[in-house]
Design a protein around this ligand. Sequence first.
Ligand SMILES: [Zn+2]
Length: 110
Amino acid sequence: MPMPLEIVGLGKAEVRFVWDEGVEDLWSARTLRQRCTCAYCQSEATGERLLDPASVPEDITVTSMSLVGNYGVSIAFSDHHSTGIYRFRELHASHPNRGAQTGGKSGANP
Ligand SMILES: [Zn+2]
């Protein structure tokens, strides 16, 4: 499982993950917020997206981050949304840098 050596983004509009294999990924805070998979943002039953991506402020920033076990990070945003947990494996696999190996769009069925 990929593990981040470093996660930098407190108070910023972007978050940088430095993985143990030496790769760095940069996510915009807005993108992370839009991808939140908590029960408020995504239906647990159907996987349907409940969050309107357009409702996420353009200038959103990260206000707090904390590790969740050894598998993910919980991120709080400046729109006061703090229930999202981002799993390292998914973050690592779904970054556009890895687009070639994910086999196209995932979880975006109409
Ligand atoms: Zn959420």
